[in-house]
Design a protein around this ligand. Structure first.
Ligand SMILES: [Fe+2]
Length: 211
């Protein structure tokens, strides 16, 4: 993509989303361009894979809000965009996401905390859910993903949360503890915002490889 054609706003957005720039920080155009180029180099890398795990279930509904009114657990919004390795947005992706409830239990009977989103338009997805709980086999909070799109390889991955006590305040140092998390990139920064009630937010852009 030609940087001259890229709007400053999108450059800023990508740098913030990828954790290169703290929101609101003033940067010269040169600094921003350098960060954007770094960001593009990252974007060219396909998203790291993770194990499927035993709790995937086919047939989840296309549901953007998994958080039922009054349900326990800390509200969480997960959002991101789907790209290919050339930095272009991928249309028509389907994103399965599944996670444990706040007590670390998967719903194996029904479809609580499971969805299969269809990503349309700007290739962005947003999911309202809760922070997953811990469970003993895999004691780092995580959300599972399976992403498929026409002409691309299906990607199976997971996200983790930098605020998780499992990382002891230092995900850079501790992400590999007990071999649980395969890639530092999958441990995502968590921000807080307020929309009625306090909520956590995580961005997770996905980069798919061509089939
Ligand atoms: Fe899991």
């Amino acid at each position: 993509m030609n940087p001259k054609k890229l709007a400053r706003r999108e450059m800023l957005e990508r740098c913030i989303v990828r954790g290169l720039l703290v929101g609101g920080a003033a940067s010269s155009h040169q600094q921003l361009l350098a960060m954007w180029q770094q960001s593009e180099a990252q974007a060219a890398k396909p998203t790291p894979t993770e194990v499927l795990g035993p709790f995937f279930k086919k047939g989840a509904p296309n549901e953007k809000n998994l958080r039922k009114a009054g349900a326990p657990g800390f509200p969480l919004r997960v959002a991101g965009k789907v790209y290919n390795t050339r930095g272009e947005r991928v249309q028509g992706a389907q994103v399965d996401m599944w996670q444990a409830d706040h007590q670390g239990r998967y719903d194996v009977q029904g479809y609580s905390y499971r969805t299969k989103l269809t990503v349309e338009g700007e290739a962005e997805y947003t999911l309202e859910t809760i922070m997953p709980g811990h469970y003993s086999d895999r004691p780092a909070q995580h959300i599972h993903y399976m992403i498929s799109a026409p002409g691309h390889r299906t990607l199976i991955t997971q996200i983790y949360f930098a605020t998780d006590p499992w990382f002891e305040g230092n995900p850079d140092k501790n992400y590999g503890k007990r071999g649980l998390v395969g890639n530092r990139e999958l441990v995502r920064p968590v921000t807080l915002f307020e929309e009625g009630t306090p909520r956590a937010a995580v961005n997770f852009d996905i980069v798919l490889e061509k089939a």
